[in-house]
Design a protein around this ligand. Structure first.
Ligand SMILES: [Zn+2]
Length: 322
């Protein structure tokens, strides 16, 4: 049986968002608190339990709890192995939540949860093979293959941001490797490259807008691109080149029906998409001889992780029976 209501929780680096979600993905009640920064797991667990109690008071018929959490989450145990931007380490969150609330709980990687929501309720409706790529501060995403969320052997699959796209280029990734997609095609990468380029053009628009080359951000690049600045447009060309190569690599392996792009850089799509599509077409395998997936912007916004976690929680009892 599918439960009618689930609580969805999205643990990010700065805040925990929670909501009561129905089977159609509607958020009926919504609350949020800042992410605890104190060392130790108890503070995060306590914050989650408080949110859950408040949400259950608003909707007593809640039947399960789904959590989308940043970091590496083992599957199916729902144990958070590590989360670089949060205070906790090695936290068996799924078991703890079940024990403390008496409800079945599912803990999933936040990008997977958001991808699931986008596939079930957003642009992925009707497709069984969907690639979701989130381009924001970092690069993440999820894979829906043959209608199911792909997790890999340990739950750590689909780390799209760490495709080794340019290992010879020498650009360090936050993960410790070199040349990952995230190191070349994220908002962070855009800001870093923009500061490098602006330093060589101290009188250029980027430096002028930001008040100095070292203060240039991705936002500065967007503003300058809107004014037709060739340096800013060149930076989007560069970002799109790497993103398009990454998307082509994913299509070469998974042959999806659709690629959905989400995340904070979507508002720059006028500048980002043309070079991305050009690079995609250049790098995709057998392009002239196949039906290529459409590349579209995500329909769901920042609530996708919360909603996806709740949907996964509603489905989990079925998965356990199977
Ligand atoms: Zn990496």
């Amino acid at each position: 049986m599918t439960t009618t209501y689930a609580i969805g929780l999205d643990i990010g680096g700065t805040k925990i968002a929670g909501g009561v979600v129905d089977a159609e993905g509607n958020i009926l009640h919504r609350l949020q608190v800042p992410s605890p920064t104190d060392e130790g797991a108890d503070t995060t667990l306590d914050a989650l339990l408080t949110l859950i109690a408040e949400l259950r008071a608003l909707q007593p018929a809640v039947g399960s709890i789904g959590v989308g959490a940043a970091g590496m989450i083992s599957w199916p145990s729902g144990r958070i192995l590590t989360a670089p931007n949060n205070a906790y380490r090695d936290l068996p969150l799924q078991d703890l939540l079940s024990e403390r609330t008496g409800l079945p709980a599912v803990v999933e990687n936040d990008a997977n949860a958001a991808a699931w929501a986008e596939a079930k309720l957003g642009e992925g409706i009707g497709y069984r093979n969907v690639v979701v790529v989130t381009v924001g501060t970092g690069v993440g995403g999820g894979l829906i293959l043959d209608g199911a969320l792909f997790r890999g052997q340990n739950g750590i699959g689909a780390e799209i941001g760490h495709l080794a796209i340019n290992p010879g280029g020498g650009v360090q990734c936050g993960c410790g490797s070199v040349g990952c997609l995230e190191a070349h095609a994220s908002g962070t990468a855009l800001g870093r490259r923009a500061r490098e380029v602006a330093a060589t053009e101290p009188a250029g628009l980027l430096s002028t807008l930001a008040g100095g080359a070292d203060r240039v951000t991705g936002e500065t690049v967007f503003t300058a691109a809107q004014q037709g600045d060739p340096t800013a447009l060149g930076l989007f060309e560069e970002l799109g080149y790497w993103l398009g190569a990454g998307l082509a690599s994913l299509v070469n392996v998974f042959d999806p029906q659709i690629i959905i792009v989400s995340g904070g850089l979507l508002n720059t799509s006028d500048y980002l998409y043309p070079p991305t599509r050009a690079s995609f077409n250049r790098h995709v395998f057998a392009g002239p001889h196949r039906t290529l997936p459409t590349i579209v912007s995500a329909r769901l916004g920042t609530e996708a992780g919360l909603v996806g976690a709740a949907l996964l929680a509603m489905e989990r009892p079925l998965a356990l029976v199977a």
